[in-house]
Design a protein around this ligand. Structure first.
Ligand code: MF3
Ligand code: CO
Ligand code: CO
Length: 250
């Protein structure tokens, strides 16, 4: 079932989402060649705890860290590691989810480490634009599938691969609630959007094929099958009576 949040639940969602956005902003300021993904993890986790919240990924289905850090060909769910050091020319998605007062806020961005190539810049910018095209399709009466269709219509002519195996998701008291939000055209996503629904829009966009591999050793890391680059942006959104509100926008 899809949870419809009432006024007080929406206030709590907003507070959690604003904290997630703040943690992402502050953690992103540390992105620089030479820093390890573990240092980013530890900064984000301490900041979250200081604000009276906790990091949702830690121990979630056995995930071993507090944030996800996904570099270059890693699509998502990269595990922070002290031995993994950022280098100029890398792109890194930092994905922050906090739980505050019982509610989840989930947001991510892809950052450049120093100068990156023109085609990589385009991938990152096009991915962010695609997310906003998807979000712009949110209004009561539209269907979930309208979000993915808007993203697909924007990206597919540009030649990118849109990841299909992972989706956006409802969010609230649970990290992942119904409905799933595909980022590609999927005629099965027929649920109607209703005021009070909260969910993420988080397209993962590949330079090459949409196909991905799941790491068999760590059980988490998702990579592009062709090992070309992947970018991602994520916001948590609320359906309002006349459109939407981006809860993770600072
Ligand atoms: N934050 C991710 C999402 O956007 C989920 C991470 S699950 C974890 O849905 F276990 F890897 F943390
Ligand atoms: Co999410
Ligand atoms: Co996320």
């Amino acid at each position: 079932m899809i949870h419809i949040k009432n006024k007080s639940e929406i206030e709590k969602m907003y507070a959690a989402c604003q904290l997630a956005a703040e943690v992402l902003e502050r953690t992103g300021e540390l992105v620089k060649a030479g820093i390890s993904t573990q240092e980013l993890n530890d900064f984000a986790d301490e900041y979250t705890i200081k604000k009276g919240a906790r990091s949702a990924p830690l121990n979630y289905k056995g995930f071993p860290r507090s944030i996800c850090t996904s570099i270059n060909e890693v699509v998502c769910h990269g595990i922070p590691d002290p031995a993994q050091i950022l280098r100029d020319g890398d792109i890194i998605n930092i994905d922050i989810t906090v739980v505050l007062d019982g509610f989840h806020g989930d947001t991510s961005r892809t950052f450049a480490v120093g100068p990156i190539s023109e085609s990589t810049t385009r991938l990152v910018q096009d991915t962010q634009k695609a997310m906003y095209h998807g979000i712009a399709a949110i209004q009561p009466g539209n269907r979930v599938l309208d979000i993915g269709a808007a993203i697909d219509n924007y990206l597919t002519p540009l030649g990118y691969g849109i990841v299909r195996d992972l989706t956006g998701h409802g969010i609230g008291r649970e990290f992942h609630e119904k409905p799933a939000i595909p980022h590609y055209k999927n005629q099965e996503a027929r649920d109607r959007l209703k005021a009070g629904m909260t969910f993420t829009v988080e397209p993962m966009v590949n330079a090459g094929t949409w196909e991905v591999d799941f790491d068999q050793n760590d059980g988490w890391t998702v990579r592009t099958k062709d090992r070309r680059l992947s970018a991602q942006f994520e916001h948590t959104c609320l359906v309002t009576k006349d459109g939407y509100r981006i809860l993770t926008r600072l």
